[in-house]
Write a new protein. Structure first.
Length: 378
């Protein structure tokens, strides 16, 4: 799974050279199993029609020679195992992660469209609808996705799937609390968001600046919109907390013991910190947790379109659900045979604030912007 890759022009030259070399060596050694052979799709636990779609896409990708999927996303650590298992499950196909977010992603996609030299095959971004509206992605109906019955009334449908099939969400990110296990015990943890406004938490809280785009902005927007917290609560928590520029800096402060509690942590970040030996753990409230969905799209004019479509389908299989749970995320659809290795509940069972439509979250984020800036200034 290469983390960096040459431009597609150079890659094509490399593939051509590799093909010549393979012909020359064919008579000198036993041939390796050919790409495009029989696939073992049983572990994915998909139906016959879905398996047929996966096989057809795989064969089309191998036949086209466009076998490398360039994935544009903000971070790739939590997807590393998924990329590797995809390459193993579908021999001959590879994933090339590229880090692009915000303005950098916008610029890259505009440049590719203007020049006609397209590189992106798959895009992951929470603001998927914005890129769809600009024509940077194209519709593709992912056959392995199923709208979960439990989500009705709890998650706006457009947070899980675009009506025009331009994006789908295989998993959700949970924003819980993280705490230093050497500084706090379970019995000392707050029982609700409201408790954090109390004077006993003064100087014990750290979190990311909510006035800039990011998880903290999203969480507070959802909480304020739902009436779980209000301006008075925001002001009180702001007085209790240290506000830092990045979520990673907040988690580092928790890991080092500088602060014992971070109320707005992404579960995946907590798991990564634990793997590095940090004395941190996740903490869920009985009610009122907050989620956000990951959204994946097929890039317009994707060079490796067939392989990209195959990868988008793969994201909704049991094999990926298992990896998603390991990374600390929550599958939208979770097979009954799977449980979280961290002892966490399923999305169907955990209590979270209803996730409103993308347009509502965006509108409210702008509306609450002055409150967030006031919090930071204070």
């Amino acid at each position: 799974m290469p983390l960096d890759h040459p431009p597609r022009g150079r890659r094509a030259v490399c593939l051509a050279i590799a093909a010549v070399v393979s012909v020359l060596l064919a008579g000198c050694s036993a041939a390796a199993p050919a790409s495009g052979g029989e696939l073992d799709l049983v572990p994915l636990k998909r139906g016959a029609e879905q398996e047929r779609e996966l096989r057809q896409l795989y064969d089309a990708a191998i036949e086209s020679g466009e076998t490398d999927v360039s994935v544009y996303a903000g971070h790739h650590d939590e997807f590393a195992e998924i990329y590797e298992s995809f390459e193993t499950r579908f021999p001959g196909l590879t994933i090339s992660p590229e880090v692009y977010t915000g303005a950098a992603l916008q610029t890259a996609l505009e440049s590719e469209r203007t020049s006609g030299r397209h590189v992106a095959d798959v895009i992951s971004n929470p603001n998927a609808d914005r890129y769809a509206e600009q024509g940077f992605v194209e519709p593709y109906q992912v056959v392995t996705f199923a709208m979960p019955e439990w989500s009705e009334g709890r998650i706006s449908p457009d947070q899980l799937r675009a009506a025009d099939h331009t994006y789908y969400s295989p998993a959700a990110l949970m924003f819980s609390a993280s705490y230093n296990t050497q500084k706090l015990t379970q019995s000392e943890l707050p029982t609700s968001w409201a408790a954090l406004a109390g004077p006993e938490w003064h100087g014990k809280i750290v979190f990311m600046d909510p006035s800039v785009p990011g998880g903290t902005n999203t969480v507070l927007t959802i909480l304020l919109n739902a009436g779980v917290v209000d301006q008075a609560w925001l002001d009180a928590v702001g007085r209790n907390a240290k506000i830092v520029a990045q979520d990673q800096l907040a988690l580092q402060s928790i890991s080092s013991g500088e602060f014992p509690f971070q109320p707005l942590s992404a579960t995946t970040s907590i798991v990564l910190a634990q793997k590095k030996g940090a004395p941190v753990d996740a903490y869920f409230y009985d009610v009122g947790n907050v989620i956000a969905t990951e959204k994946w799209m097929l890039a317009a004019d994707a060079p490796s379109a067939a392989a990209g479509k195959l990868f988008l389908n793969y994201l909704h299989t049991v094999e990926v659900q298992r990896a998603v749970l390991e990374a600390g995320n929550f599958p939208i659809n979770q097979d009954s045979s799977l449980t979280s290795p961290h002892g966490w509940p399923t999305l169907a069972d955990v209590d979270f604030v209803p996730l409103p439509a993308l347009s509502v979250v965006r509108q409210k984020s702008t509306e609450f912007g002055p409150l967030f800036k006031r919090l930071t200034a204070g």
